[in-house]
Design a protein around this ligand. Structure first.
Ligand SMILES: *Cc1c(COP(=O)(O)O)cnc(C)c1O
Length: 356
């Protein structure tokens, strides 16, 4: 039976990307050696990093004066590297979910943290609006897509302080005005590549201002100066990212990804709103994530939750169980998700409705 992958992360990648990466793991550039066996300093590998950086810059139209680096440690390491490198006195954080909260926790180690707004009391079912940022904040940190709760800020907010964003689960799904940001970071395993690499986009002139010694590995300047080659980088994940960046470009870039994301979301949310058995969990419709579509059984059908999950699994749906802090279901629709995939999910929801 054909499987449809709705995993939240690590998540679905285009088949072509997996095959091309697997091929290089068997024989890198016809060298007779695996990508896993070569030196990251080999002359064949440098072009991989160079092309990946160039494609990130091209796809997101990264302006002059910014660097793109690849790091290990996951997005979670950035929760501390960001304040280590950027927090001088005070930083503002928008608390939109568990990941934002974890980022705030680390920032508190380095200075004053102002929570500009939070939707924690409502289990993060919306993105807070109408907040103000202290003028003297070094930056405002946002989480553009809240993977667990299915909310998303698909527009770059207008604020008077520099922005820093965790874009782990929606990077490359839409155009971004990078010039508004001092830093953007994203763990690869949601929407970019296999797990093991984090992409960071940094405004060069803002580096080196933090009033504290920074351990070499945690100092962004180290990795910018050495072109992500200070120590051994995650070679295979970087290669996988390169193949995915090439794939995004072939599809028509982030504009095409944005269009596809909207089409997929319209199909799935349309069915959630139509089908009497289900309801969406996000209370403000404009905040609904196009990447992670969260829904539960309508109150009168609560007892059918397990039945629907079993039914969906029997129809080939993978990873549709919701996160434990939300319950119900989550259909993650990252760049690689197809219209066929979401149609299969919707067919499954309709068929289940007809039985009840
Ligand atoms: C998954 C996720 C993280 C954590 O990523 P790791 O690479 O596992 O550290 C952080 N932020 C967001 C928005 C995520 O979705």
């Amino acid at each position: 039976m054909k499987k449809y992958n709705f995993n939240a992360g690590p998540s679905m990648l285009p088949r072509e990307v997996i095959e091309a990466t697997a091929q290089q793991c068997l024989d890198f550039n016809g060298s007779g050696l695996s990508l896993m066996e070569i030196s990251h300093r080999a002359k064949d590998f440098q072009p991989v990093v160079d092309e990946a950086v160039a494609l990130v810059k091209e796809l997101l139209q990264v302006p002059e004066g910014y660097s793109v680096i690849f790091l290990g440690g996951g997005a979670s390491l950035e929760f501390c590297m960001i304040p280590y490198n950027f927090l001088v006195k005070k930083a503002a954080y928008l608390n939109t979910g568990v990941w934002a909260k974890k980022a705030m926790k680390e920032a508190k180690l380095f200075g004053e943290v102002v929570e500009v707004a939070s939707s924690a009391d409502a289990n993060y079912t919306f993105i807070p609006k109408g907040w103000t940022v202290p003028e003297d904040a070094d930056y405002l940190h946002i989480t553009t897509n809240n993977t667990i709760y299915g909310t998303e800020m698909r527009q770059d907010p207008e604020v008077s302080v520099p922005l820093i964003a965790d874009m782990s689960s929606d990077i490359f799904s839409r155009p971004v005005d990078v010039a508004k940001y001092d830093a953007i970071y994203a763990g690869a395993q949601k929407n970019l590549a296999m797990a093991g690499v984090t992409i960071v986009i940094l405004k060069d002139e803002k580096l080196g201002r933090a009033p504290r010694p920074i351990p070499t590995m945690l100092d962004y300047r180290t990795h910018v100066e050495k072109g992500s080659m200070f120590n051994t980088p995650p070679v295979v994940p970087i290669y996988c990212a390169l193949e995915n960046l090439r794939w995004i470009k072939r599809q028509g870039g982030v504009e095409a990804m944005d269009k596809l994301a909207k089409q997929r979301a319209e199909i799935v949310y349309g069915e959630i709103d139509r089908n009497k058995l289900f309801r969406g969990t996000v209370t403000a419709k404009e905040d609904r994530s196009l990447m992670n579509i969260c829904f539960v059984m309508a109150d009168e059908y609560k007892e059918l939750e397990k039945d629907f999950l079993d039914f969906a699994v029997s129809k080939g749906m993978v990873g549709v169980k919701g996160h434990r802090s939300v319950g119900g279901f989550r259909a993650s629709c990252y760049n690689a998700q197809t219209i066929e995939g979401v149609n299969a999910l919707v067919a499954c929801m309709k068929e289940f409705e007809a039985k009840h």
